[in-house]
Design a protein around this ligand. Sequence first.
Ligand code: SIN
Length: 295
Amino acid sequence: MAYRHIEVSPVAGALGAEIAGMDLTEPFGNDVFSELHDAFMEHLVLFFRGQTITPAQHVAFARRFGEIDPNPFVRPLELETLPDQPEVLNIVKDASDLSINFGGLWHHDVSHRERPNLGSVLVAREVPKAGGDTLWANQYLAYDTLSEGLKATLETMKAVHSTVRDLNDDQLAANYGVAKDTVNFESVRRAEDKSEKIENVHPVVRTHPETGRKCLFVNRSFTQRFDGWTREESLPLLDYLWVHGARPEFTVRWRWRAGDAALWDNRCTMHNAVNDYAGQRRVMNRVAIHGDRPH
Ligand code: SIN
């Protein structure tokens, strides 16, 4: 695609592009927005280096892509929104926090809701010297690369997504891909105990409302089981799809610098915040955009 107003440089083979020639502190017209939207549909995750945007400008930028989700909480983890900008979730992990991190599992944001988010804009405020990268995976590719047989099987299947996971520490550790004794699951347990149970059933393969392309829509964080199946029956196939959906060749990895911003499409990508910076502080701000019901 040819771009006249912005510079678009792909970051990885599967998805992700860096956008140059834009200052997100400045309002921009519909001609620029239209190119940005094209790039968003083509690359699924857009990165903007060195943006010193205020929380209000952050919200204004996200609002160009849709209605803001005024309730960005996923679970009642100990995260706050900014006091004077309640649409902005302040994702803080302190140097002393040795627990698991927010978003540290492959997931689509809030897929337990009837209308999971369209996407989000994440801004890095304080980053570790090394570590704390975020990964995204292209779920169009995950679907396209399944066999015709498995595609046909999944075509009519639905899955239950829920805030409440019935997992013991061994299962949690396996889900997070860590050794049980290396992580303190206390904050997850505390959060899940306080969590209101919200559950919704979505198609396993959804059609993107704007591109019309099919993508896989199951994730390790919220998908519990296939609708009408037990969790035990579901797990082998779910596990296959979770691993398949996060194959390295479907991913992009972003090494954050303070001031970077990323916009992602939550309908056709999953993401995972890498928890490899124990002893260092990381602060990110996130604004979520309302989505539609998956079909
Ligand atoms: C998230 O939205 O899941 C958090 C992403 C991050 O902190 O990198």
